[in-house]
Design a protein around this ligand. Sequence first.
Ligand SMILES: [Fe+2]
Length: 332
Amino acid sequence: MNIEFRIPPDVIKLTSDTLFEPSKHLKLSEPDQVWSLKDFGYSEEQQAKAPFPIAVSTPFRLLSNEGVETLRSIVTELTQYRRASERIANYIRGALYYSEFLRGFCMSEDVNALIGKVSGAPVLPHPMSLYQGHINLKPEDPTREVDRWHVDTILLDYVLMVSDPKSFQGGHFEYFQSTKAEAIRSLIRDDGLPNVVKVEFPKAGFALLQQGNKVVHRANRVDSGNERTTLVQSYIPEDPHFVDVSKLNDCKKVDPPEFLFTEWSRYKAFLAREKLNHLIDQIPYTTDKSLLSHYLRLAIRDVEEAIFELSDPSEGQLNHFSDDPLTGLIPE
Ligand SMILES: [Fe+2]
């Protein structure tokens, strides 16, 4: 069961907003091909530790033509909230606060079921609203990539093409068909990047799914065209006993502080609640007090981590590999 969606005070509803209607706005299909972590060269041990078997899929359809047009008009109004960071040139976070349509689409049970099927394990939309419906816009500086080489700070996400892909040149979503370590080695050597795949989206409304923390990817610079918009929707495994790769530090440079710290606290409290619920049902009858203490400590670890992170006064940093791949190195 997911977290209840909350809208912060003083958020102004969009005039272009509308109700999300699955029968009108969705047109779901499955990908032609899904590459696994094994296909990408990850070891059996690495595959076993990952919550999903998928590496990346080919694009598959999520939105109908009407769904795309509705989303495009909402994005136009949302551009008043656009931001820029050192890694991502032009983006909007927290879009779900402003739009009932986006809340309906990003938390659609039909889409959740499809994403769970393609990823290989049941999923929940990311409990932190800021990680849902992230929108990347065309950079205002034409020399900048839309988003630099990186791995995601969440586990699983789709990248949905919102613009007509025939209306712009360049701006490809690209990824290394290799392990993270191989990709970083290739970037360090600057060897012509032989393992890089450029994705061609058939049309607006198609998305690709990736275990984004295991796939080094970027969205390249746009050579021509007025619009290049994508929507990135994030998920967590339904089973809360996963190793969380997200860190508060990753968000401090990209998210509005008036939303971020409360969202982070809710997210970590949610994970602990799910683990405590599991413990209430499953904790064994035993006289081993140290074992019971161990289980209790594991269940509340997310909350203890969050308290520690909230006490950190640093400004944060969102890593990437573009200028110096070693500075963005994230250990396995
Ligand atoms: Fe990404």
